[in-house]
Ligand binder design. Sequence first.
Ligand code: ATP
Ligand code: MG
Ligand code: MG
Length: 333
Amino acid sequence: MPPAAAVVGRSIMKAFRHLATQDLHTRRVEEAYRVVVECVTAVDPAMRLYMFGSTAVYGVHEKGSDVDFVALSETDVEDGKGEDAATQVAKGLQAEFLGKLAKVVRQKHFSWNVEEVRRTRVPVIRVKGGGGVDFDITANRRNGVRNSALLRAYFEQDPPCRWLSMGVKRWSKRVGLNASVVGGSITSYGFNLMVVYYLLQRGALQFIPPTAIDVAKVAPVPPYLPLEPPQNDGVELGDQVLDFLQFYMHEFDAAHHVVSLSRPGITTKEQLNWTKDAEDRARMNGEKINYQWCIEDPYELNLNVGRNVTPLKRDFLRKHMDKARETALLTST
Ligand code: ATP
Ligand code: MG
Ligand code: MG
């Protein structure tokens, strides 16, 4: 018997009690923003800097979370619903800009660790900076800004749902399912898509067409969205967490269906041609693409955000979800 919703909710609230005494205001990362703007301007004064990822999605900054930045040209912003180019040429140009930017960052902040990562799907520089704030910088790609704004627009419909998302993210990192830890396979972004898809299936949120999100209308530094403590001593939160686990363990048909925010209702693997046959053929940067646990990216064409979930990792996911009911997302031990 899993513990009662009230017990689960209270346990999760306790795990987040440190947030009550923390300044969660997004202004805490504005300093990092200014520093990066200064470096970007030194390379190309016409480039604009946007913050995305968890700070944008939640409208709060949790201590220890990295900050995601992207440098966009004026045209990228004006054409804020445009598709990102996925060509090698585009990737080369992005890497070239980021190379220059890395140089400037190293010059201005010689004690920081700046790493240029070129082998990934998207060229990125990873900065481990002073003051405990780490950040990633990409270039000329709107999709991160758009997907973060989309997730945020969903959470704005029901701001307390951020607790479910934060609880799931914390758990995924602690049990080693999150791609940010060794052996993990689903990123925080992937878990957020799962959370919102679940809420949509339950009718707790209204569908938003991804095409509605326009970078030209998104603030470069995300506005603060205060995080109130869960209502009713966490009873609803506990309910939601148990129901989320129930949904992915027993209702979501992982063999045939896809977690997707691209259209309302059900999306099948067949529809996207994410079949066994495609799985045998598909490669990305030489690595196998899995279609075991499918999460459709709302903006990238034909991209499974769950592509690293092998059959073994899918079984881990199920096992951990099963345990998570007992442990209130690993907060009760
Ligand atoms: P955290 O607090 O753990 O950093 P986060 O909300 O910032 O969480 P990330 O997983 O770091 O989420 O994702 C940041 C951005 O990176 C996303 O908005 C998305 O554009 C991109 N991204 C992350 N994972 C994937 C993926 N598997 N496929 C494609 N894009 C991804
Ligand atoms: Mg992040
Ligand atoms: Mg990041």
